[in-house]
Design a protein around this ligand. Structure first.
Ligand code: SAH
Length: 395
């Protein structure tokens, strides 16, 4: 019932290993209709063998596979996928009175390439990264409402910045179901409260992917002087304060992020918390004040958004970490992260290694960190792995 994309001979191998992307160069021709951006299509080998059904797209990734078996991509399909994703989060015990913040759908990791859904209390924030998911947004919203009816009341769609602009889809951010809260929405992560800002904030309004790593910061922060660089809304700072840190300084170049960090700290610990939030450049602050801290967190934005920018990104990580090694007090602990998908775990470690060697200090790896379980990596799609971190003892 869907148009058929026929692959060139030999181009079916990756699909047979369940990798969910078809590159445009693999396609021989299309049968049974003309494809428009975001349409669904079946993919067949040159021998006529069925390989999968997916969303089509103009660009180097031409199809994102939704199913490797014959199926109809309708509301029931999305309900089945969402049910499976929700069952995993329940299994992981992420939905609790003290934790209502988690990722429900992590693209390929939940067998829905191009779709991200984050949950903040009774609101689901949905992000389409492919035209196909954009076109199916209402079906998906209906499916979420059905499967998550016991806790979701609103669905906010936020795709103005995530869809390929060349696709001319003109997405509008806004509520697909429910409406703006009368009171300012609040959410909870591991017992800590915060204001997620899905309408104005970065990503879906909060960085859900650092939950486990923040908990590790909490373990080491008691009585320490903690520096949270690139703090955004202050996630790491809240955990350090709860641990009983002597003082916590949060730094971000965005005034708005600093404002939100202050509000989140006050929300949990009142006005008198030993916390200071500074709007300035992280590189400058680290150079000047790095020596005053026992535990430093470096969680910069993705330095490489594309593979082309890889070399420059590695230099960025090397430079940032070199400043930390040069300035940190002896006996300090450094949490250092990269969220660039294009930078591999090995590349990142090499960049940090170069920075350490440059400083000549003794540096030991204490932990190797990753993204949490609600950001699962489909084993057939290693590109889904993006967050990596090292916890280092710096002598
Ligand atoms: N650690 C955060 C997420 C970091 S996102 C959390 O747990 O939620 C990256 C942040 O880096 C953004 O808020 C951005 O404003 C900030 N940023 C980017 N360049 C910066 C710079 N040169 N100095 C300080 N902050 C910067």
């Amino acid at each position: 019932m869907y148009p058929k994309i026929i692959l060139r001979p030999g181009k079916e191998e990756s699909l047979k290993r369940f990798h969910p992307w078809v590159f445009s160069g693999a396609i021989a021709n299309v049968q049974g209709g003309r494809l428009q951006e975001g349409d669904k299509a079946e993919v067949h080998s040159s021998q006529g063998e069925f390989l999968g059904i997916g969303h089509t797209q103009v660009g180097s990734i031409a199809v994102r596979i939704l199913s490797f078996v014959p199926d109809v991509i309708d509301k029931d399909f999305y309900r089945r996928r969402i049910r499976k994703a929700l069952a995993l989060r329940r299994n992981l015990n992420l939905i609790r009175p003290d934790n209502d913040t988690f990722r429900l759908i992590h693209g390929e990791g939940d067998f829905l390439p191009g779709l991200v859904v984050d949950i903040y209390g009774n609101t689901a924030v949905m992000q389409a990264h492919s035209p196909g998911m954009h076109l199916d947004r209402q079906l998906i919203a209906d499916a979420i409402m059905k499967e998550c009816s016991d806790f979701i009341g609103n669905i906010y769609y936020k795709s103005e910045n995530t869809l390929p602009f060349k696709a001319d889809l003109e997405p509008e951010d806004g509520y697909l179901t429910g409406r703006e809260h009368e009171e300012r929405p609040m959410a909870m992560e591991n017992g800590l409260r915060f204001y997620p800002d899905w309408m104005e904030g970065q990503k879906t309004g909060f960085f859900v992917d650092q939950r486990e790593n923040r908990a590790l910061v909490e373990r080491y922060s008691a009585k320490k002087r903690v520096l949270n660089m690139f703090c955004y809304t202050g996630g790491f700072s809240l955990y350090a304060l709860r641990a009983g840190a002597k003082k916590v300084v949060s730094v971000d170049s965005s005034e708005k992020a600093i404002g939100l960090t202050r509000q989140n700290v006050t929300l949990n610990f009142g006005e008198k918390a030993p916390h200071q939030a500074v709007a300035c450049d992280a590189f400058d602050y680290l150079r000047e004040k790095g020596k005053d801290f026992d535990l430093v967190i470096l969680d910069p934005p993705a330095f490489a958004k594309h593979h082309d920018a890889l070399r420059q990104a590695l230099q960025g990580y090397r430079k940032l970490n070199a400043i930390a090694f040069k300035n940190m007090a002896p006996g300090g602990i450094l949490f250092t992260f990269s969220c660039s998908q294009a930078v591999s775990r090995q590349d990142f470690r090499l960049a940090v290694f170069s920075a350490a060697a440059q400083s000549g200090r003794d540096v030991r790896i204490l932990h190797q960190l990753s993204q949490p379980a609600d950001h699962p990596v489909n084993i057939y799609h290693p590109e889904g792995e993006y967050l990596k971190g090292l916890v280092l003892a710096v002598e």
